[in-house]
Design a protein around this ligand. Structure first.
Ligand code: ATP
Ligand code: FE
Length: 337
């Protein structure tokens, strides 16, 4: 069974081919145009998707060494995401499936960040049900109780900013490029995580809050640069390490609470921020410290990619769970629907 996956929810145009759960190709065209604006500009994103989608799909088929005629189904991201961006992938997937007369499969982007763990990969184990998934990305921060492939319950989520936003907005304050997550991560590894202390937000239960942290960082930087205009330059690695240490502390605290509340000790992470070296290490340490079994995705399946869309397509294909041609993109699609 060959599934073509198409992802266009935000600023990456991606296409992938999966054969019986194994990735044959996973092509990602990241849009550079947004860097100049310090964030994704929706109108520019949808235009870039329009330009990229045909070549990206061609390349994915070519790399997989198959022709369109061999495809069993087309899977696409229905949501959540930017409406204009979603429309490009959705329309393209619909027309291609219609033209080839093969099934169309709608995929929930946030389910895909979790179900990426079911891609067949040597040296990667799959989590057993039920497991806890922490999805940490540019738009979401959730702890999800995953009872089955398509039965998921959100048991905690952010009440304001997502953790990826906390990274990107902190980076903006520090004058780093967009997205700042990878660079803060790189610098954090060279700095002292205890150089500066930022207070952690107090949020009840399993919910998160990151907007206060961003403000705390802003005030701290304003105060310090007033005293020493060169403060950021002189301390950049320590600042990054301290921010990262604070964020990871928040995430791990909530995971500890979640395992206590549910009794589930199998923990998977997903989403762009799960590429972070610090969170990967903290999670691994949790195996020794808290008796967790942890599942960390292969690097290329953390940030937005179509392989994760195609694997969900494959799982739905096995259940003959197809979409109709009149299905619509949904910017605010929930993980359980
Ligand atoms: P969503 O999945 O919620 O719709 P999205 O698709 O825009 O949002 P992803 O592509 O999953 O988000 O993740 C992008 C985010 O991941 C950005 O905020 C980026 O800064 C962050 N990120 C990527 N790599 C790292 C890293 N190594 N450390 C921290 N953050 C990172
Ligand atoms: Fe994403």
């Amino acid at each position: 069974i060959f599934i073509l996956g198409i992802e266009s929810s935000c600023d990456d145009t991606s296409a992938a081919v999966i054969h019986n759960g194994k990735v044959l190709s996973n092509v990602v065209a990241s849009q550079k145009i947004h860097e100049a604006y310090g964030g994704v500009v929706p109108e520019l994103a949808s235009r870039a998707h329009q330009q990229n989608i045909v070549p990206v799909v061609h390349q994915a088929l070519k790399k997989a060494n198959i022709t369109k005629a061999q495809l069993s189904a087309i899977a696409f991201t229905r949501g959540p995401g930017l409406m204009g961006s979603l429309l490009v992938g959705t329309s393209f997937a619909k027309s291609l499936a219609y033209g080839l007369n093969i099934p169309l499969i709608d995929v929930n982007h946030m389910q895909a960040h979790i179900l990426a763990h079911f891609i067949e990969e040597t040296n990667f184990k799959k989590p057993p049900f039920p497991f806890l998934a922490m999805t940490i990305s540019g738009g979401h921060t959730q702890i999800v109780n995953v009872e089955d492939y398509f039965s998921m319950t959100v048991i905690g989520e952010t009440i304001d900013d997502a953790v990826g936003e906390a990274y990107d907005k902190s980076g903006k304050i520090l004058g780093l490029g967009y997205p700042a997550g990878p660079e803060i991560d790189k610098r954090a590894q060279l700095g002292n995580p205890k150089a500066f202390t930022f207070t952690k937000p107090k949020v009840d239960g399993l919910n998160f809050s990151f907007s206060g942290l961003k403000t705390a960082i802003l005030y701290f930087i304003q105060k310090e640069t007033k005293a020493n205009p060169n403060f950021i330059n002189e301390n950049i690695n320590d600042i990054c390490a301290s921010i990262q240490y604070t964020i990871i502390g928040i995430l791990i605290d909530k995971l500890k609470k979640a395992t206590k509340a549910t009794g589930i000790k199998h923990i998977a992470i997903g989403g762009g921020v799960s590429a972070n070296s610090g969170i990967r290490k903290a999670l691994q340490d949790g195996e020794q410290k808290f008796g967790w079994t942890t599942y960390i995705p292969k690097f290329e399946y953390t940030t937005d990619n179509a392989a994760m869309i195609a694997i969900v397509g494959y799982l739905k294909f096995l259940e003959a769970n197809f979409a109709e041609q009149d299905i619509m993109a949904s910017a605010r699609l929930k993980i359980s629907f």
